[in-house]
Ligand binder design. Structure first.
Ligand code: NDP
Length: 273
């Protein structure tokens, strides 16, 4: 019998995950399907029951359920317990196991470019769910320190405590206090939602150079103002779609146990099919 997969969240109609996974099924001739399923806030329990009833083989979780979904898991992978949020579930005969592939997805494009993280200084903009997975990634790869700059200082402080707890030296600041300090960092990451609506870069990137890695996790539009300004300074840029692909590849491999067809998935995402 064919396998079935889904992504749950709200809103969900603009999700790119069905395209990415369907392209992988086509490429490998797998008898599988992947749908987007809207579950509003407050209806997660019923939604999960429904998915179990149709014997869904696995599903991704996006905003706003990534944290609440933890309650419905029977087994929790280490990636998931560390980050405290789940974005991928595997259903094994009614037993739900949760994973978080955002951290590996974030690190994937850095590994593909053989970029060293150990002992490097990081400026992270944002302190939400995605930022937390990114902090875990930099801790795992033994970065030297991370400055967390956020609109709401209190959220930066909380995330900074988490960083320290898992062994990464960290300090919280308000995003407007970044000033002209971008040039003092090896990595600059945008993990706020600024850019989604074509907003200007949240900070000045003046003085950075070709050695600076600038990574925007916003994937739509691809060329945010933050990315454009980084390019103007000659920095190495990494696009949000690369993280999106990285987390999808990892989810695919958890579900199917075989190597994901990266290029076919990338082509689907960039509209080259
Ligand atoms: P959250 O809602 O958890 O966090 C949002 C973050 O953005 C917070 O730090 C928030 O600051 C900040 N923020 C929002 N609006 C503004 C604003 N107008 N000015 C300044 N700061 C602002 O979201 P996520 O962490 O889940 O996602 C963040 C972004 O990353 C989204 O755009 C999402 O699409 C993208 N993303 C991309 C992924 C990928 O694979 N490429 C994976 C996951 C997310 P405050 O604390 O002050 O509210």
């Amino acid at each position: 019998m064919g396998k079935s997969f889904a992504v749950i969240g709200d809103p969900i109609d603009h999700s790119l995950s069905p395209n990415i996974h369907s392209a992988a099924f086509r490429e490998l001739n797998l008898d599988s399907s992947y749908i987007a399923y809207r579950i509003p806030v407050g209806e997660l329990a019923e939604g999960i029951e429904g998915l179990k009833k149709i014997k869904i083989d696995g599903f991704n979780i996006t905003i706003p359920h990534k944290v609440e979904m933890m309650k419905y898991l029977d087994k929790i992978d280490e990636s998931c317990s560390l980050i405290g949020a789940v974005n991928t579930v595997k259903n094994m005969d009614g037993v739900l196991k949760g994973y978080n592939t955002d951290m590996d997805g974030f690190l994937d494009p850095l590994k593909k470019r053989s970029i060293t993280i150990a002992n490097k200084k990081v400026l992270l903009l944002g302190a939400g769910g995605a930022a937390r997975a990114i902090v875990a990634g930099f801790a795992k790869e033994k970065a030297k320190s991370i400055t967390i700059a956020n609109r709401t200082l209190e959220n930066a402080e909380k995330l900074s405590e988490f960083a320290k707890k898992i062994g990464l030296d960290s300090n919280p600041i308000k995003i407007e206090d970044v000033g002209d300090s971008a040039k003092d960092y090896d990595f600059i990451i945008n993990a706020t939602s600024i850019g989604l609506k074509n907003e200007l870069s949240p900070i000045s990137l003046k003085g950075i150079n070709e050695k600076t890695i600038v990574y925007d996790i916003v994937y739509m539009p691809m060329n945010t103002d933050f990315i454009k300004k980084a390019k103007e300074e000659g920095a190495t840029v990494i696009y949000g779609y690369e993280m999106l692909l990285g987390q999808a590849v990892r989810a695919f491999e958890i579900w199917h146990g075989i190597e994901a067809p990266y290029n076919a998935m990338k082509k689907a995402l960039l509209g080259g099919v």
